[in-house]
Design a protein around this ligand. Structure first.
Ligand code: GRG
Length: 297
């Protein structure tokens, strides 16, 4: 199904408004009242407000809508997801990790603030994510435990840290399809899954609804990362905000453009099918999937 231009336009306008409120909330959570820490906060804010698309909190809000959850109930969770994502980008760019020099068209954090400060900014931001969910009086205690557990799990050994480890330590030619899938599912798709399922927990979703959201977000997250690899191999530096073909372990380099495009299609189709579970209410999820896969950066 091709969405109408009208519907996409409407969603874009809505996403823009949500993005502005997320930014305002993030600024509120990251107010610094200690002069001594100015440089650390500058480093955090530099990357946190450098033009991220805010996809994870946006997705979390879309899921909240499925369960008629008022947006303010998702404020801490949405911001926590963006903090985790930003922490991972700052760490990923460090020289002993992926060694990125440019992120979103701007000089990488550590090249401005130093590796020591960037590492602390990443850990500080990551910890803040747990803190703000734990400190949210609007979330019942038993749900807080579940959600913070989900966030810790997605970051930890069986999540992004594990995915990054495999990405760093298994290089061509030993990377097969299975290893590649592990990396993408853990580095990227897992945070999409946590964004959808944690919002669903807050919305008192039933187990089959959580399962449908898990499938939707995992397939979408996987397609999103493969598309990232396609853009990396075929896009322009201007569009991407980073040098093209930077990653030697890029899916396109390993398996070719045709296979990569096919995988994006297959996984998007599977995400759209999973959204069917929500009938008419799932239409926004379908639109979001189609929007994300039309992106050029
Ligand atoms: C400190 C949380 C934490 C993890 C440590 C460094 C690391 C382990 C993991 C790296 C994970 C990583 C950088 C995955 C890439 C995910 C990805 C596709 C990023 C681009 O997402 P977009 O397009 O970015 O949403 P914007 O710029 O819009 O925010």
């Amino acid at each position: 199904m091709e969405p109408t231009a009208d519907k996409l336009e409407q969603l874009l306008i809505e996403l823009h408004a949500i993005r502005q409120s997320i930014d305002a909330d993030l600024r509120g959570y990251l107010r610094n009242d200690k002069k001594l820490l100015d440089m650390l906060f500058d480093s955090i804010n530099y990357t946190l407000f450098s033009g991220g698309k805010r996809i994870r909190p946006l997705f979390c809000f879309m899921v909240g809508d499925l369960f008629d959850l008022p947006r303010h109930r998702l404020r801490s969770l949405g911001c926590a997801l963006e903090m985790i994502h930003t922490a991972s980008l700052i760490m990923d760019d460090l020289p002993h990790m992926d060694g990125g020099k440019i992120r979103r068209g701007k000089t990488a954090n550590h090249l401005i603030y130093g590796q020591d400060v960037a590492a602390l900014a990443s850990i500080g931001l990551l910890t803040k994510a747990y803190e703000i969910v734990l400190g949210d009086d609007g979330i019942p205690p038993e749900k807080k435990n579940t959600i913070v557990g989900m966030l810790a799990n997605v970051v930890g050994l069986n999540g992004m840290v594990g995915g990054q480890f495999v990405d760093l330590k298994f290089k061509m030619p030993s990377v097969d399809h299975e290893i590649f899938e592990y990396i993408h599912l853990h580095k990227t798709a897992a945070l999409f899954v946590a964004s959808g399922t944690a919002a669903a927990v807050l919305g008192n979703a039933a187990p089959p609804e959580i399962t449908a959201l898990e499938t939707y977000s995992q397939k979408l997250g996987f397609a999103f990362q493969i598309l990232d690899d396609i853009l990396d191999a075929t896009g322009t530096c201007e569009n991407l905000g980073k040098p093209v073909q930077a990653d030697a372990g890029n899916f396109v380099a390993l398996f070719g453009l045709e296979k990569a495009r096919l995988l994006v299609q297959e996984n998007t189709r599977a995400a759209l099918d999973a959204a069917e579970h929500f009938r008419d209410k799932g239409d926004t999820l379908k639109l979001l999937a189609q929007l994300l896969l039309k992106r050029h950066n």
